[in-house]
Ligand binder design. Structure first.
Ligand SMILES: [Fe+2]
Length: 225
C-alpha cells in the first residue's frame, strides 16, 4: 500500500467518532479491488484456452478453499458480532452447496481443473493457506472482506468467460454477483468489533492477507507465478 494510505490507516484508530475506524481499511480494500478489476484482460481478446485456464484456476482455488478459509476466520475471531456474520455465510455455503454450484459452473464451461491447473496455483494458494492458519483475527477478517468484495465484482467477468466458452449454466455467478450493501456493512461492523478487542495491528500485518490473496488472484487471471 502507498505511504499515504498507510498514514491514513495509522491515524485512523479513533473509536467512538462519527467515522468508523474501519473506513480507511474499507477504502484501501475498495481501491485494491478496483485496481485488480482494471487489470483484467479483455475477454474478447483471449483465446479459448486462456479463458478455460482462468475459469479452471478460479475453480481450483475457490471450490475447496472458500469454506475452509471462512472456517479459519470463524476460529480466529473473538466477538459475537464477527462470529454471527461468519456463521451466516458458512450456513449458506454449506446449505446451498456452493462448492457443487461452482463445480457445475466449471463443468458446463468445459473448465474442470486439471493437474496442471492445480500445479499453476499451488505456490500462491499455499501462501494464503498458511496465512489463514495463523488465525490472526483482524487480518483474517480484513482479508475475507476483500475476498467477498472482489468475488462479487468479478462475477460478470467470470460469467462472460463461461458464456464465451459456450456455457449457459450461470447459477454460481448469478448468486455471487448480487451486491448486498447490508452484508458489507455488517461485515465491516464485525471488523470494527474485532479491532476494538485486539491490540493495534501494524499496517503491514493488517493487509498481509489482502496482499497474498491479490497475488493469488493475479495468478488465476494471468497464470504467472
Ligand atoms: Fe459461495
Amino acid at each position: 500500500m502507498s505511504s499515504a494510505a498507510a498514514a491514513a490507516v495509522a491515524t485512523s484508530v479513533e473509536p467512538m467518532t462519527a467515522a468508523p475506524m474501519t473506513a480507511p481499511i474499507q477504502a484501501h480494500i475498495e481501491q485494491t479491488i478496483e485496481d485488480l478489476l482494471a487489470s483484467l484482460p479483455d475477454a474478447a481478446q483471449l483465446s479459448p484456452e486462456q479463458r478455460r485456464g482462468i475459469l479452471a484456476r478460479y475453480t481450483a482455488v475457490l471450490e475447496g478453499n472458500f469454506i475452509y478459509w471462512m472456517t479459519g476466520a470463524y476460529l480466529a475471531v473473538g466477538t459475537d458480532a464477527a462470529r454471527d456474520k461468519i456463521i451466516d455465510n458458512l450456513r449458506e455455503e454449506v446449505r446451498d452447496s456452493h462448492p457443487h454450484m461452482l463445480r457445475r459452473f466449471a463443468i458446463a464451461a468445459g473448465a474442470m481443473p486439471t493437474d496442471g491447473d492445480a500445479q499453476d496455483i499451488y505456490r500462491h494458494l499455499t501462501d494464503v493457506r498458511l496465512f489463514i492458519g495463523r488465525l490472526q483475527p483482524v487480518p483474517i477478517v480484513v482479508t475475507m472482506a476483500f475476498f467477498e468484495g472482489f468475488i462479487q465484482r468479478f462475477m460478470p467477468y467470470l460469467a462472460d468467460l463461461a458464456t464465451r466458452q459456450g456455457s449457459t449454466e450461470l447459477e454460481y455467478t448469478d448468486v455471487h454477483g448480487v451486491c448486498d450493501v447490508t452484508h458489507t456493512q455488517e461485515l465491516f461492523r464485525a471488523l470494527e468489533a474485532e479491532m476494538a478487542l485486539a491490540r493495534p495491528t501494524p499496517v503491514d500485518e493488517l493487509f498481509e492477507g489482502v496482499g497474498l490473496l491479490r497475488t493469488l488472484l493475479h495468478n488465476i487471471v494471468f497464470n504467472v507465478n
